[in-house]
Design a protein around this ligand. Sequence first.
Ligand SMILES: Nc1ncnc2c1ncn2[C@@H]1O[C@H](COP(=O)(O)OP(=O)(O)OP(=O)(O)O)[C@@H](O)[C@H]1O
Ligand SMILES: [Mg+2]
Length: 358
Amino acid sequence: MTAQIELKNVEKYYGAYHALKNIDLSIAKGQFVALVGPSGCGKSTLLRSLAGLETITSGAIHIAGERVNDLPPRKRDVAMVFQSYALYPHMNVMDNLTYSMRLKRKPRAEIEAAAKEVAETIGLSHLLDRFPRELSGGQRQRVAMGRAIIRNPKAFLFDEPLSNLDASLRVHMRKEVRALHNRLGATSVYVTHDQIEAMTMADHVVVMRDGIIEQQGAPLDLYAHPANQFVAGFIGSPAMNFVDARISESGEAARLNLPGEPLIPLNGSYPPGRSVIVGLRPEHLSVVGPDAGLALKVSMVESVGSASYISCSATPELSFVVEGTTRLRSGDSVHLAIDPDHVHVFDAKTRLAIGVVN
Ligand SMILES: Nc1ncnc2c1ncn2[C@@H]1O[C@H](COP(=O)(O)OP(=O)(O)OP(=O)(O)O)[C@@H](O)[C@H]1O
Ligand SMILES: [Mg+2]
């Protein structure tokens, strides 16, 4: 199958600043791909390069089989939806939706039919006469999406479209955007710095840092098999714990750099004596009786009702999560069992995940 969007060895410099480094990315038709990463890692630059709003320095971008490197934005047939909505304030919803069609001088009947259909799709049929200032944030965002949909583009490009909305509306709109994508059979590239948004919405997640792709894959693959410490710490909430450690002589355990130098079992065999960083997800630590597990002291308990997040004093702090509420209080002793199936091991120098050696 040919990809709907393909980037090959894409490089982008802003003057001397190297913003995108050797980007290879292939997006199939119908796929929902999320670009995530910390602020300044190059997400918007990548999206804007797809849209034609930035010129890449080298490499190639193909959209629906056509090389678009030198095509201006309007000839690429992609629609961009921004955080700022970018609606025309002096036009009502109807005119905002149909702007691109009117620009192309489409027949009036065709414009009206398309507007009606799109307004229904985005649930704004009753608000066509309103001006942007008379709409809520969620409604404005829907108009912005409607304006993209009406163009029937080859791909939708979203740049943090929901970050102006409050938390509950954001969660609601995530589902709407994803449902809309499915209904339209669209191809979408969605930029967010929120890894939960990426994990819940996308089929394929691309984790970026400093202009490079650190790892890409299905959301749960990234969660289960992070390729390096950065991805391990970025994907998953609450974040993974990291503890300095050394692989034992047998290669089948790790001695943690914590008081008492506890030895934890590993599933499989690792290079004996290697300095490593052990990664333990908070949800994979469980409380056990006083004669087993890691002995720690509780330093803080945060309950949100459905779950409790408990921090223990260690260097660095170690946290775990339990369902519902907990009797544990700050200062209590606690013993934590570690499931060897869920221990991540990273080389202390390269920070790359170390596979089991057999
Ligand atoms: N026009 C420009 N000229 C020079 N440097 C730029 C320009 N646009 C972006 N940059 C730099 O390129 C890097 C990537 O910027 P980009 O906007 O792609 O980041 P981002 O991942 O979208 O971040 P955020 O999450 O904050 O939106 C940043 O260091 C930024 O300062
Ligand atoms: Mg950005």
